[in-house]
Ligand binder design. Structure first.
Ligand code: FMN
Length: 181
């Protein structure tokens, strides 16, 4: 019997019609037997990181974000690349966890779903490695021309992409089980 895992999913795009949000929705459907996925949609409410505010009493939105990360068995990030880098809102949220270490050893799956995506993906992987997130080669994926590979109602329509996402999810489930033992 599989134990249900609680996954916090973060879209690096705050756009209402975001394809990254749609990939999270597709993954929610694909994994419903094994994962309970909670979508974190308050990225834009997290204030600009300022070390002066990173005290024992940080802003409320930061406390909330950190608590959700702590409670999750694993984290799924789906993000676009902006201007060849990581979207600022996502990087800002991650910066708030550097001192508090919520990502440390946390099983993590990273999908960069973008027009291109390689550079933002590489940059985010470097950040995730520095903060010791448990992201493996098998739990990261770039989906280029991402909008053309998923429908508006969150079905991955490109067969090769679907296969790659399924492979990533299998590896993510294995990583989550390893960490539980
Ligand atoms: C400000 C901005 C900058 C962008 N820069 C890049 C880029 O450097 N590389 C890339 O692959 N796509 C870039 N894009 C296109 C996004 O990848 C594309 O719009 C993607 O679908 C956005 O993700 P979303 O649908 O989840 O919002 C950019 C889009 C915006 C709005």
């Amino acid at each position: 019997m599989t134990t249900h895992k609680n996954i916090l999913a973060i879209s690096g795009s705050t756009r209402a019609q975001s394809s990254n949000l749609n990939y999270i929705r597709a993954i929610t459907e694909l994994t419903k037997a094994d994962f309970t996925i909670t979508i974190f949609n308050q990225l834009a409410e997290i204030p600009h990181f300022n070390p002066d505010l990173d005290t024992d009493n940080p802003p409320h939105a930061v406390i909330h974000f950190r608590n959700l990360l702590r409670q999750a068995d694993g984290v799924l990030i789906c993000t676009p690349e902006y201007a060849m880098g990581v979207p600022g809102t996502l990087k800002n949220a991650i910066d708030w966890t550097v001192s508090s270490c919520e990502f440390s050893h946390k099983p993590l799956a990273l999908i960069t779903a973008s027009s291109l995506g390689e550079k933002g993906h590489a940059s985010l992987l470097e950040t995730l490695h520095v903060i010791e997130a448990a992201v493996r080669d098998e739990t990261q994926l770039v989906i280029s021309f991402a909008k053309t590979k998923i429908s508006n109602d969150a079905v991955i329509t490109d067969e090769e992409t679907l296969r790659k996402v399924q492979r990533l999810l299998t590896a993510f489930a294995a990583l989550l089980s390893d960490k539980a033992t």
